[in-house]
Write a new protein. Sequence first.
Length: 185
Amino acid sequence: MKDDIFFRTSGGGVTLSGGEVLMQAEFATRFLQRLRLWGVSCAIETAGDAPASKLLPLAKLCDEVLFDLKIMDATQARDVVKMNLPRVLENLRLLVSEGVNVIPRLPLIPGFTLSRENMQAGAGCTDPAEYQADPSVTVSSVRRTEIPPAGETWSMKEVPAPSSADVATMREMAERAGLQVTVGG
């Protein structure tokens, strides 16, 4: 591999992200299998909404899985982001039970996920006793640098970033639930 020295000396690796990696699960699995043969550290970012038969083989190839817990109300998740929340939560439990290093992330999006109820539900499904490493959660906001595909508009363009006070409140709630919190990412 051309960048072998870089990966071995930097501690770096490859994270598959952008969109939903599970939409290309078969390709992603083959790609990560090749990277693992070369000793490259691997990770994926996912919202976990796919059949477990696609998610689990891919996740088992990873050093960590960055798992986004978005809208935690099943009806709202279905209506707003077309997400099957019961399947997402079952997949989260499956990965944890299989010993996959899962890092739950709770994006804070005003009008969608930035609420006490959503944070309580998200933190509530990340029981610290179930994780193999020290439990942690990353609290992040919408990345305003994302560029939509040509000819499309970004539906989140007008959504403001959460205030510092909102972020502090959500962080405190997650910490009270026993989670280590990283803001950003």
